[in-house]
Design a protein around this ligand. Sequence first.
Ligand code: 5MM
Length: 347
Amino acid sequence: MNPLELADTARRMLANGKGLLAMDESSPTCNERFAALGITPSEASRRAWRELLITAPGLAESIGGAILYDETIHQRCADGTPFVKALTNAGILVGIKVDTGAKALAGHAGEKVTEGLDGLRERLQGYAAIGARFAKWRAVIPMGAGLPSAACVVANAHALARYAALCQEAGLVPVVEPEVLMTGDHSLQRCADVSAQLLHEVFEQLHVQGVLLEGMVLKPNMLLPGLNCSHQHSVDEVADATVTALLRAVPAAVAGIAFLSGGQSAELASARLSAMNRRFKSRLPWALTFSFARAIQQPALEIWRGDPGKVAQAQRALLHRATCNQAARQGDYSPAMENQASPIIGT
Ligand code: 5MM
């Protein structure tokens, strides 16, 4: 591990007001999103979609790193350029999802633990050799009556910390993603309680494993009431609850925090991120930015729908979301930005 290099990579991932583009859906998840829009689920269509994303002109203005999936990191553009080279040439750091998915947690119905530690050292070395500079691992924490259990929280936090230590040994910056799911009817306060418990456990385990905080990025959920909760809170209330919890639980040495979107609409995710940066600007010890998948890709995917004639229009929609989120990182996003963009996107 070279601490200075790790800290430098982590800083570069989020420098100049940029965020991360999460495009690491596993093939089953990608196929599911395609099927919902009538797009043929195949290796060829996944490649074409990912090429559209990474070759969007000007993407590097707002995106510092892209998180790829194992299939994607080995793919090439139609002209033969490897995806890794296309990204690197554009100035976008290459990341790779290295967990092998969330599997049923023994003895705990309805809960999962993320797997992928076996052979991870060798896989990380392989990814680093082909140009990856950071990695990602996602833990999934469900909400419900009696959930999550301490067993689920501790097992997932432990795995995240062991993954992070292995990444740093291989010279890769770990993106540590503990996600409290939005599914359910829980209140904002309940999400805050569980998120706080989870974050404390994650940082305890990271400390036990000796993970360098300056050389990692946290990818948490925003604090939100469940999707079926009868009381949905204002943008400012969500911003205040989220940042208050993070300030209490995340050490100032961490390089940055890049949120997942978790199923929020693209516009709400931008508005909430912007409110956090606007309201807490002078009090944030870390970069507070985005690492969205659905909230940045979905509008473009709905335009593309597998049609080669719609590539340019879809790329403009992607850039629009990336630009909105870059503004949100400065606290400067406003819903008016959505109207400004529609004539361009519609052409
Ligand atoms: C929570 O999921 C991550 C962020 O995506 P959203 O912004 O859409 O919430 C995302 O990076 C996720 O880990 C990948 O899409 C991979 O998911 P699967 O389920 O395919 O492993």
